[in-house]
Design a protein around this ligand. Structure first.
Ligand code: LLP
Length: 419
């Protein structure tokens, strides 16, 4: 968990008081510290690139705000994209097509054609996709996503590398896939796996790398194929709870790169971190609008619900909560922090010991940068909130709040219903 400075009971984010940001931009609002994004990128790139040539494909599903993408473009990052929307956002943020690797699942022919038109390299998920791509183009550089039969993650919904999941070419068909790709005149240049998300330990990454290395060796010996890259996917966890430990990046980098360097002739390691780069750079600021004592619990009602941050409701995820205008004060009362959505599953946090709250207090929900904004919705007809970038004491709006008109813009009423 990132440490925040405090002045006179007030939390500072990137040198700006949280209460001033709430005053200027309203709440709820996502606030991202630009320096933190750069720092995280450099930490992960540095740990791997000190050991072997490295490419970071930032998994922009975690946060695809154009300003965030610009920062990472400036840092030299590349991109893992999963939809034509993400590809388009990255192109508009200044990434050239060769810096984008598309890894989709159950990809339609229409989307394949759009990718080919934009010269995007495709990481192929199935033999069906390979055959369908061959009908649209030939000669292209491609890679394959393999199901490594090694899965891990913070919740069963995000384990992607297990054998039972829908992802990747099955391990026992992967040689056929490369052979067929060569027959179809493609140039296979890489091999990829993604084991899952929110993995806090090194071991599953090491296991998955062993699988990658053994397949790369088979590709070399049986097909004479030398891969340009081996891609270990994303999924590096972060410490969401105060007593969680951070991933040991040096150990992770050592375990992965030593296996690749010793076992293959691949010239580059690729990683696709989303959460690691962006999660802890961002807090969600939300105002306490209502307080309710019931026989069972004390509820702190806030203006952000699972429409704004769905992770607690969807995965039971823990996000640390602090009172931004009573920062550092000791906890006195145990609250459930709940939002305005009309479902009893609408909570941001449960059983949190916080300083005694009053209406108007400002809560900071930590580690909201990954899968916060991108998974937000307009459920209950609530417009999506603003996003703000802070840097060394100043702030910029990076996403405008939606309006009610935005929500209604795409609805159509057939004229017969207007009579
Ligand atoms: N690469 C691939 C192929 C992926 O499917 C994902 C995430 C990543 C990279 C990046 O994973 P990360 O480093 O961010 O963990 N909504 C969930 C996470 C789902 C991740 C889906 N795929 C959450 O809020 O925890």
């Amino acid at each position: 968990m990132r440490k925040f400075e405090c002045i006179d009971d007030n939390m500072l984010i990137g040198g700006v008081r949280a209460i001033d940001l709430a005053e200027e931009y309203g709440t709820p609002v996502y606030v991202t510290d630009e320096d933190a994004v750069r720092e995280n990128y450099r930490a992960i790139y540095g740990a791997f690139s000190r050991r072997m040539p490295t490419r970071i494909n930032y998994a922009c599903k975690a946060n695809a705000n154009l300003a965030i993408l610009r920062i990472l473009e400036q840092e030299g990052s590349c991109i893992d994209a999963v939809s034509i929307g993400e590809v388009e956002a990255c192109l508009r943020a200044g990434f050239s097509p060769e810096r984008i690797l598309y890894t989709g699942v159950n990809v339609s022919n229409h989307e394949l054609a759009q990718l080919v038109n934009r010269n995007i390299t495709i990481n192929i998920d199935s033999l069906s996709q390979l055959e369908r791509l061959a009908e649209i183009t030939s000669g292209a550089r491609i890679s394959f996503r393999m199901n490594p039969e090694v899965g891990a993650g913070h919740h069963e919904k995000v384990v992607t590398g297990a054998r039972s999941t829908k992802f990747g070419v099955p391990r026992d068909r992967i040689m056929d896939a490369y052979e067929r790709a060569i027959e179809l005149d493609f140039q296979p240049i890489g091999l990829h796996v993604h084991i899952g998300a929110g993995v806090q330990v090194v071991e599953p990454f090491a296991k998955a790398t062993d699988v990658l290395v053994s397949v790369a060796q088979e590709l070399e010996s049986k097909l004479g194929l030398q891969l340009e890259f081996i891609d270990i996917g994303g999924g590096i966890g972060i410490p969401y709870r105060p007593d969680d430990s951070p991933m040991d990046l040096e150990l992770l980098a050592e375990e992965v790169t030593s296996r690749i360097k010793n076992g293959t002739s691949a010239s580059k390691v690729v990683l696709e971190p989303g959460r690691y780069i962006i999660a802890d750079t961002t807090v969600l600021l939300t105002t306490v609008v209502d307080l309710k004592e019931t026989p069972d619990r004390w509820f702190a009602g806030v203006d952000a619900g699972f429409n704004t941050l769905v992770r607690p409701a969807f995965y039971g995820s823990y996000h640390h909560v602090a009172v931004a205008n009573k920062f550092g004060r000791p906890g006195e009362v145990t609250y459930d922090v709940v939002g305005p959505i009309c479902e009893s599953g609408d909570h941001l946090a449960k059983d949190r010991l916080l300083p005694r709250l009053e209406e108007g207090d400002l809560l900071a929900v930590y580690d909201a940068g990954a899968y916060g904004s991108t998974m937000s919705s307009q459920y209950n007809m609530r417009p999506k909130c603003r996003e703000v970038l802070v840097r060394r004491g100043s702030s910029n709006l990076i996403r405008e709040r939606e309006t009610i008109d935005d929500l209604l813009r795409h609805d159509r009423i057939p004229s017969r219903l207007m009579l």
